[in-house]
Design a protein around this ligand. Structure first.
Ligand SMILES: [Zn+2]
Length: 246
């Protein structure tokens, strides 16, 4: 029937207009959504810097009575500034001021924040004058069949041990060139590093028993060199790790 066909054509045109309008509306909505959605970026890794000692716990002392707790806080602040300026990572300090903090409180701090990396900063020291290598400590996991770990901060079969090793290996040559002295990497189960659920290292960035260090650890220009070495290693490690797991 002629009349029926006309009604049918109108119906088809109506459907076509409706479909077109729907497509236009959806396009507009999705453009609007894209406009308001922030660009998709990976969250920055969080690096926790731990200035060793603090408060009544002075740490090592140089022959000039400069104390380790002050050195570690200055160094941690300088490393944090560099990481934030670079933008490669967010950084937090376990202590921002001169206060005492137990080893367990430091580990609770890092684990509560699900950090991507933990670096504890220290200086070596002792009564006798000497010149020996600086050290970067990483956790040595106990074998699975060993006696139970000595404390809640230690652990068997640390899954982060290989990454901690890569972090230390990235840092050692940079610290060597900043300090002009050999840097050894030592794996130990005695420093509590196994309690951090992330790649972790304890860096003895100076030796207060070394006559040369006893003078230069108070010098801001030398501290800046050490901070460049530590922060540079963190940034390089993160870049390489990012390339491995894009
Ligand atoms: Zn120390």
């Amino acid at each position: 029937m002629a009349g029926g066909r006309v009604r049918g054509d109108v119906k088809i045109q109506y459907r076509a207009v409706l479909a077109l309008a729907t497509v236009l509306l959806l396009t507009a909505l999705s453009a609007r959504a894209q406009f308001f959605m922030p660009p998709q970026t990976k969250p920055k890794p969080l690096v926790i810097l731990d200035p060793g000692h603090g408060g009544a716990d002075l740490g090592a002392r140089t022959s000039k009575n400069y104390v380790e707790k002050d050195f570690t806080l200055r160094l941690a602040r300088a490393v944090k500034d560099r990481l934030e300026q670079d933008g490669a990572a967010d950084a937090l300090l376990t202590r921002e001021t001169d206060r005492e903090l137990s080893p367990l409180a430091r580990l609770e701090f890092v684990n509560a924040r699900k950090a991507g990396m933990f670096i504890s900063l220290h200086a070596d020291g002792g009564a006798k004058l000497r010149s020996h290598p600086l050290k970067i400590f990483i956790h040595k996991p106990e074998p699975a069949n060993a006696a139970p770990p000595p404390g809640p901060w230690d652990r068997q079969g640390d899954p982060y041990a290989p990454e901690s090793g890569k972090l230390a290996a990235t840092m050692a040559p940079r610290l060597e060139s900043a300090a002009g002295r050999k840097v050894e990497i030592a794996a130990t189960s005695l420093m509590g590093l196994g309690g951090a659920g992330m790649p972790a290292a304890l860096v003895e960035a100076a030796d207060f028993s070394n006559p040369e260090d006893a003078i230069r650890v108070e010098d801001d220009a030398y501290l800046a060199k050490l901070a460049d070495a530590v922060a540079g290693a963190v940034m390089e490690y993160l870049r390489v790790k990012g390339a491995r797991n894009p």
